[in-house]
Design a protein around this ligand. Structure first.
Ligand code: 2HA
Ligand code: ZN
Length: 266
């Protein structure tokens, strides 16, 4: 029996994951097994005993996550397949109360993404702020910009993206951080990402991809999508042979005031 049976809320959460996985694929941001998603689904899991399918020890404890349940995409699984059937290409896991191990509780034994420790480290950090979703993907236009040294300086890329279209300042209010290149899946990458998430909604990984954290998977996708639009405006102008002017600091500050947004770096 599927864990989704008689559980409308969990089924609806899976439908949202499938919807976003489909967007990542159709956007061209998820070649082969590129990208991964994890979502805290604790509130949708009916309390009580569930016989674990398998138990795995974690490389370290994630103290804020004891007892929490997550949907997580499977290792080596293609996002275009997650879009069709999230639970056949991912797993629901539940951490032990001491958060040092997890059980796979649904629907079959599928090993989570090799990025699981990084995702859990980020959830562990961001949970208190209400984060439920970690989404990593490979948006071509945004990655292209990280190949330019100037954009690797703190705040340069984030400011440029904000200045391309008013929506970017509003939809991504805490802006975009930049993390220098680290080996994919490494704890160094996770640690640098957590440091950047302290003051940003989305983090760019140099020459690799982006990672966004949010309370809702559709909103989390919208942030990346809006930044990708900003990157396309910049690149389209460059392709047309001119440097885009960008909105002025005064114009950005006006949006911040009118929409009641935090100042940069908060
Ligand atoms: O899961 O994108 O960064 C595949 C990746 C690793
Ligand atoms: Zn990646």
């Amino acid at each position: 029996m599927s864990i989704l049976e008689n559980n409308e809320k969990l089924s609806s959460a899976m439908a949202d994951i499938a919807e976003v996985a489909g967007y990542l694929w159709t956007k061209g941001w998820a070649e082969r097994n590129g990208g991964n998603i994890s979502v805290n689904v604790t509130e949708f899991i009916t309390p009580g005993a569930i016989t674990p399918l398998s138990t795995v020890t974690l490389p370290r404890r994630f103290p804020a996550l004891g007892g929490d349940a997550f949907y997580v995409t499977g290792t080596g699984k293609r996002m275009r397949d997650v879009a069709k059937a999230p639970l056949q290409h991912g797993a629901i896991i539940r951490l032990h109360p001491d958060a040092g191990a997890y059980d796979i509780i649904a629907d079959r034994i599928i090993a989570p993404t090799s990025e699981l420790p990084s995702h859990l480290a980020i959830h562990d950090f961001a949970r208190a702020g209400g984060a439920k979703v970690v989404c990593h993907t490979h948006p071509t236009d945004l990655i292209a910009l990280t190949h330019r040294r100037e954009f690797l300086q703190p705040r340069v890329l984030g400011r440029m993206l904000w200045s391309m279209i008013p929506e970017a300042r509003i939809v991504v209010p805490r802006g975009v951080g930049i993390v220098p290149y680290h080996l994919p899946g490494s704890l160094e990458l996770a640690d640098a990402t957590i440091a950047a998430l302290d003051s940003h909604d989305v983090v760019m990984w140099e020459k690799h991809g982006c990672l966004a954290v949010g309370a809702d998977i559709i909103d989390t996708f919208d942030m990346i999508d809006t930044l990708s639009k900003a990157a396309q405006i910049y690149l389209s102008a460059r392709l047309a042979g001119f440097e885009p002017e960008g909105m002025s600091n005064d114009e950005l500050e006006e949006i911040r005031r009118v929409f009641n947004l935090l100042p940069e770096g908060n």
